[in-house]
Design a protein around this ligand. Structure first.
Ligand SMILES: *Cc1c(COP(=O)(O)O)cnc(C)c1O
Length: 454
């Protein structure tokens, strides 16, 4: 009988997070102060984050213990299942073996609770009463709302106004877990009031929502701020995914030749791939780890590696990363979670050192891939996830042309049940190909005035 599903027991939930910084041949460059442009230390982050998370942000030890209470909370949905995609293999008529690790079984439907639970835990340990955050399409806001509810902390979410109006279900989900959700720009902060004074009908943006959430946290001693991607500690929390996946692959008697994941700021990509990269760095294995990004926001494949701000307004520290420029505004394609101008510092350094790869896909190719996947395997993937499926299908087709079998592991980081509007658009033929032009890229890069890196 075919073994379609590869499961683990609760005992096999990882006990430690993996910190790849320890094994990197070139360590990440330091963040710089936004004003003086001098390197800053961890203490600069103290108004926004609890001490334990700041320590993790700059940690160099290889393994960090996962607190027992966090592992216990993980048991609500972990270990997550891995599947062999027999039906997709058949549909593609490929000699490739395809597996996928599914994080859509979490309460909010994606990988994001892996870090939300850890962040809420450390905040509660340090007596924090309220956490603020921003959310675009709502994946991160809902994960943090769930996690704050679990640990008895108030959660205040600034949701980009256009999403707040167009995607009410994510907001209702957050409310159900007890969070308060404000359409951003709001009149609750100076940043919001200033935008509203200039433009009362502003649709909002992630950059504005970040400014509002940060301002609230910085101006109240009992309030901290949480981020769902990009930062080192966030990427590290996600490594539970790849550690489980490595055991599951072993149980299947296999090892991936290729690991693919969609890429927004880098957290789910890091989560699935870093434990496999460890095998490359430590044991000389040669597993290709590929990050899949939208061709409308191609910071990894067409951006530059240099210092840039994390937010639109230029308030955050300067980070050394692949970027299209902090003022870059991507076209409103549906994969909302991938519309960020920059990439996490650690993944950026790994790409620069050619230890990982990146590819870009147009949104039509992604939805074709996602629908092929849904019709074969049943699960309807998040639009972001479709990017990784598109990469996997390209690689599986290459296997067919070359007449070789390779093992491909896809990170199925979320389901698309709240994104059916995007599927409707595709199915009714309204989704159009979108590729950014070289002139648009050049114009965006020309606007960057932050420090270069040799
Ligand atoms: C948030 C999100 C992403 C993008 O963020 P990363 O930090 O790059 O993982 C991708 N897929 C899903 C389903 C998400 O919710």
């Amino acid at each position: 009988m075919k073994n379609r599903k590869i499961l683990l027991t609760e005992k096999e939930i990882p006990e430690k997070w993996y910190n790849i910084v320890h094994d990197m041949p070139n360590k990440p460059l330091p963040p710089l102060h936004p004003g003086t442009k001098e390197p800053i230390g961890p203490e600069a982050l103290a108004p926004l984050f609890p001490m334990e998370l700041i320590k993790q942000e700059v940690a160099t030890e290889k393994w960090i213990d996962i607190p027992e209470e966090v592992r216990d909370a993980y048991k609500l949905w972990r270990p997550t299942p891995m599947f062999r995609a027999y039906e997709l293999e058949k549909a593609l008529d490929t000699p490739a073996k395809i597996y996928y690790k599914y994080e859509g079984v979490s309460p909010s439907g994606s990988h994001k609770p892996n870090t939300a639970i850890a962040q809420a835990y450390y905040n509660r340990q340090e007596g924090v009463k309220r956490i603020t955050t921003e959310t675009g399409a709502g994946q991160w806001g809902s994960a943090l709302s769930f996690a704050c509810q679990h640990f008895g902390i108030e959660c205040e979410v600034y949701m980009v106004k256009i999403s707040y109006e167009q995607k009410p279900y994510r907001k209702i989900m957050m409310n159900t877990w007890g969070a308060t959700v404000h359409a951003s720009p709001s009149n609750r902060t100076q940043a919001g009031r200033q935008i509203l004074a200039e433009n009362p009908d502003s649709p909002g943006s992630l950059g504005i929502a970040i400014s509002e959430a940060v301002e609230r946290a910085a101006s109240d001693d009992n309030t901290k701020y949480a981020l769902g991607s990009v930062l080192n500690h966030v990427l590290m929390h996600q490594t539970v995914i790849g550690q489980e996946a490595a055991i599951q692959m072993e149980k299947a008697g296999d090892l991936p030749d290729i690991v693919v994941a969609p890429f927004g700021g880098g957290s789910n990509f890091a989560g699935i791939s870093f434990p496999f990269l460890r095998l490359n760095l430590e044991e000389g294995k040669n597993i290709r780890c590929i990050a899949s990004e939208p061709s409308s926001c191609p910071k990894l494949t067409r951006g530059v590696f240099r210092y840039d701000f994390g937010d639109t307004a230029g308030m955050t520290p300067l980070l050394p990363m692949y970027t299209l420029g902090h003022t870059f505004v991507p076209a409103p394609i549906h994969a909302g979670g991938l519309r960020y101008h920059g990439a996490g510092v650690v993944v950026s350094q790994l790409l620069r050192d050619k230890l990982i790869e990146a590819v870009a896909h147009d949104q039509v190719e992604c939805f074709e891939a996602g629908i092929k996947f849904a019709r074969a395997e049943g699960i309807i993937p998040a639009p972001e996830t479709n990017h990784a499926i598109a990469t996997a299908i390209r690689e599986a087709e290459k296997c067919k042309q070359e007449g070789v079998s390779r093992t491909i592991l896809i990170h199925l980081c979320g389901h698309g049940h709240f994104d059916l509007g995007a599927y409707e658009n595709y199915l009714s033929g309204h989704l159009v190909k979108h590729e950014i032009t070289s002139a648009e890229i050049e114009a965006a890069l020309a606007k960057i005035d932050t420090p270069m890196i040799d």
